[in-house]
Ligand binder design. Structure first.
Ligand code: 9MR
Length: 580
């Protein structure tokens, strides 16, 4: 592929929805010119309203581009405009208010669209996306028999009703580990107060809108209720792999008191084809063995939910806190039961480093109860962006923001977030497209990595009042919404070149005219040059620079899937940016 041959300005890359009037405004253009180029901004009447010259950014490894930077921050008059540079013209973008609120609401609606166990109603989903309930009576028992690695599982004596929750992604598995960070992010957005305007009751498109409660809490509760259902009944003994196991995957199972632990996932016994609408899934749904990671995820988010629901629905709050404490106790008793990886039909979410899960759960329980027992397990050390397998930062954020945290603990947590934000800011000038991420390594879900950095930047802005941090959030949002070498908005229904063909079993229009395209507000996982596992990625492998290792193709599951843990920071960041 002739990646480095862009001789003229082929595309002007910028945030496609546009900019808040008082925010920094930047476009990046790939152009071989070594001297500054003239740019102009034209309004809808074709009048030139602002002109300037680019600064030459030079060669950039992550994009393979020779970049020019056009800065037009002084364009503050509300309206719609285009940028012209060197014979090229951009699409139409807006300057004003309410740039991000519609995106935040669409991004939250993604969670409604992913709900299991309830019909998806045209009133809130849009007519094209209405569908019958998937897995409406999900009564599941434990996997029994021989797994792919030859381990024989005895199964469990009970059946749990695990109806509800969100499908994880393009698949229809429901995973406690990934549900945890997704719920936490929505609940944290509520707790942080950034979203009061954007998600005041009745603003979102969901059945509970108008019930007198915050819409973010309503959506998050849909998942919390399901997570509570995944808890192993008290006093149950189960055979599980205790501690580190043979690298071959051959497990030694030992019977333990598993009461209060949490099943890692409920999912199909075999992978289903694309397309498969949730209601058409004929596979057996199974509970998979409990894991310490899932148990600590429930402890964390149920404790967080207890704190937030206490003034609104004390009975639910008390139920959450009981479950959180039982989970914590169970994880203390069984500290190293790692998710078994020998099953087909669903994702792994395997993790064998659980100190961060413990620290996160301790932080949430401490913030909710003040209990001295949790205090000694709080997060320590440097903060980086969170991810499903590195969750200590979630605890740190809670310690930095929740009410009633002892001042010394809160100050240390804030300092650690500010230090992480400073490291991200320092990466902006090292990156051609001027984003707070200068690494050449783009992992599975890289767009969410960048948005999770943006979340830390937004918090740093709030703690310090320093506008440089907000500018860093804008840089990240700009990248996600079009300021990237592909000129791609990674969000469906947003911008002039939106995500169109995500890897998804219901939004499978690319494969079948009867299936809908994605609804607006779904975020692609984004470029991935570290695990190029799918057939599309395999063809790109060795032929793409990091930010170009992506394709808008339903088969590109390593590049172009959508997922609850990725959409959640999009909701957070969009609500933050339009928060006032
Ligand atoms: O987000 C997960 C990523 O970090 C892993 O590298 C990848 C492979 O194990 O799995 C991703 O999670 C997928 C999950 O296992 C199943 N549902 C879809 C998720 C997103 O692709």
């Amino acid at each position: 592929m002739p990646l480095l041959l862009a001789m003229v300005a082929s595309a002007i890359n910028l945030n496609q929805p546009g900019f808040r009037a008082d925010d920094p405004k930047t476009a990046i253009v790939a152009d071989a010119a070594t001297r500054p180029l003239d740019w102009s901004i034209v309004d809808d009447a074709g009048r030139t309203v602002l002109t300037g010259r680019t600064s030459v950014g030079g060669d950039d490894r992550a994009s393979g581009d020779h970049v020019h930077v056009a800065t037009f921050t002084t364009l503050t008059r509300p309206g719609t405009y285009r940028v012209r540079i060197d014979g090229a013209e951009s699409g139409r973008f807006a300057v004003g208010r309410e740039i991000y609120a519609p995106l935040a609401r669409n991004a939250l609606n993604f969670f409604y669209q992913q709900r299991a166990g309830i019909p998806i109603d045209a009133r809130w989903a849009g007519a094209r996306w209405a569908r019958a309930a998937g897995h409406p009576h999900e009564l599941a028992t434990g996997f029994s028999g021989v797994d792919e690695k030859g381990n024989r599982w005895p199964g469990c004596r009970y059946t749990l009703d695990v109806t509800g929750g969100w499908y994880d992604a393009g698949d229809q598995g429901k995973y406690v580990v990934n549900g945890g960070i997704a719920v936490w992010t929505l609940q944290n957005l509520y707790e942080s107060g950034f979203a009061r305007r954007v998600f005041a009751d009745g603003q979102a498109k969901l059945p509970e809108a108008g019930n007198g409660r915050d819409d973010l809490l309503d959506e998050a509760r849909w998942e919390v209720e399901w997570m509570l259902r995944m808890q192993v009944p008290g006093g149950t003994r189960l055979a599980v792999p205790v501690g580190p196991q043979d690298p071959s995957g051959k497990l030694t199972l030992t019977e333990v008191d598993a009461g209060g632990m949490v099943h890692h996932k409920v999912a199909d016994a075999h992978w289903t084809a694309l397309p498969t609408a949730p209601a058409d899934d004929r596979e057996t749904r199974l509970l998979y063995p409990p894991s310490t990671a899932a148990t600590l995820n429930l402890a964390a988010v149920a404790a967080q939910a207890a704190r937030l629901w206490r003034p609104i629905d004390p009975a639910f709050a008390a139920r959450c806190l009981r479950a959180a404490k039982a989970a914590w106790t169970a994880a203390q008793r069984n500290p190293a039961i790692f998710a078994a990886q020998g099953f087909t039909g669903s994702g792994g979410y395997g993790d064998t480093a659980l100190d961060d899960e413990r620290a996160w759960a301790a932080a949430e329980l401490f913030a909710t109860t003040g209990g001295a027992a949790y205090r000694k397990s709080l997060p320590t050390g440097a903060t980086g962006e969170p991810g499903w397998a590195s969750v200590a930062p979630l605890g740190t954020i809670t310690l930095a923001t929740a009410n009633g945290i002892p001042p010394a603990i809160r100050t240390a947590a804030r300092a650690s977030i500010i230090a992480a934000a400073d490291r991200s800011l320092a990466e902006i000038p090292q990156s051609g497209y001027r984003i707070p991420y200068a690494s050449q390594s783009y992992s599975w879900g890289s767009n969410a990595t960048i948005l999770n950095r943006a979340m830390l930047l937004g918090l740093a802005q709030r703690f310090t009042g320093d506008a440089r941090y907000r500018a860093g959030v804008v840089d990240a949002a700009d990248y996600i919404l079009g300021r990237n070498p592909l000129g791609q908005s990674y969000v469906s229904g947003t911008g002039w070149k939106p995500l169109t063909n995500p890897h998804h079993r219901f939004w499978a229009h690319q494969l079948s005219a009867a299936s809908p395209p994605p609804p607006p507000g779904a975020l692609s996982g984004g470029p991935n040059n570290t695990a190029m596992a799918d057939p599309i990625a395999m063809k790109l492998k060795g032929h793409c620079v990091p930010q170009r290792c992506w394709a808008d193709d339903i088969n590109a599951y390593a590049l172009n899937e959508v997922a609850i843990n990725w959409n959640a920071p999009l909701v957070w960041v969009a609500a933050y940016l339009d928060g006032d």
